[in-house]
Ligand binder design. Structure first.
Ligand SMILES: Nc1nc2c(ncn2[C@@H]2O[C@H](COP(=O)(O)OP(=O)(O)OP(=O)(O)O)[C@@H](O)[C@H]2O)c(=O)[nH]1
Ligand SMILES: O=C(O)[C@H](O)COP(=O)(O)O
Length: 233
């Protein structure tokens, strides 16, 4: 891995699994090729936003996919090899170890599937993390965790998975860490299931919106408007 500049600051840590394996929960709605393109578009949106936040000390992508590594290079992010592809928690722990060794003051874990995040939201997460040990942004919809900040980088282990927001909060509190819950509209919107593709969420998501419009795949909200009743004769 290349040496990262400004190690006293907080580094963004973006775990990304192989594009060909991405977004399996969207399989009923998108082909494998479409999911591959969506994963790339979301990642580009995330990295584009991160590259516009000067307060970040660096951007690191943990992946074992050479295509993802090449995208990371487009945004001057460094690549940490995800040697074993053993899930998001393993990838994050690996990033924590590497970035702690590089001397970073903290890490902000940012999944590659939150394209609606904004630079202002990242700035707010960073300034919040300057005064505590753990920052947690819950997913808007499913009880997950969309941003997870640690200061110092290995202050606690990640525990992503079902209902991870409550679990992260409970672990941090049980450890006596200073923890702040930071709800954020854009960063809180991840794309996991077909209903997540439709959005009135603010936030740039430029590549993602463009791709979905091109595919004609943006879907209506979970609660659609009036059903189409057959017309009376
Ligand atoms: N490096 C790495 N990243 C991972 C791994 N598993 C998940 N991620 C990333 O973690 C983030 C959140 O993952 P998920 O929401 O579960 O995304 P996903 O695995 O593509 O979606 P599903 O297949 O539907 O579960 C995404 O950026 C993923 O690429 C892994 O084994 N290694
Ligand atoms: O803890 C979580 O939120 C999940 O493991 C990762 O996020 P997801 O909701 O996008 O799958």
């Amino acid at each position: 891995m290349a040496t990262i500049a400004a190690p006293s600051k907080i580094c963004a840590l973006v775990p990304v699994k192989r594009l060909g394996w991405a977004k399996s929960r969207l399989a009923p709605h998108l082909t494998t090729g479409e999911r591959n393109c969506l994963a790339e578009a979301m990642l580009r949106d995330v990295l584009d936003v991160l590259s516009k936040v000067p307060q970040l000390g660096g951007i690191a992508v943990v992946t074992s996919d050479t295509a993802v590594a090449s995208i990371a290079n487009d945004y001057a992010a460094v690549v940490i090899d995800d040697l074993d592809d053993a899930g998001i928690n393993n990838a994050v722990r690996r990033g924590q170890r590497v970035l702690a060794a590089e001397g970073y003051a903290g890490v902000l874990v940012i999944p590659g599937d939150i394209p609606f995040l904004s630079a202002q939201e990242i700035e707010l997460a960073l300034s919040t993390l300057a005064d505590c040990n753990v920052v947690i942004t819950p997913a808007n919809r499913d009880g997950g965790t969309n941003l997870l900040g640690f200061s110092p980088p290995h202050v606690m282990d990640p525990s992503f998975g079902l209902h991870s927001f409550r679990r992260h909060l409970a672990i941090a509190r049980a450890m006596g860490l200073e923890v702040v819950v930071l709800p954020l509209e854009g960063a809180g919107h991840d794309i996991d299931v077909p209903a997540d593709l439709w959005s009135d969420t603010d936030g740039p998501a430029i590549q993602t919106r463009r791709l979905l419009a091109r595919l004609g795949k943006d879907v209506p909200p979970a609660c659609p408007g009036p059903t189409q009743e057959p017309l009376s004769p």
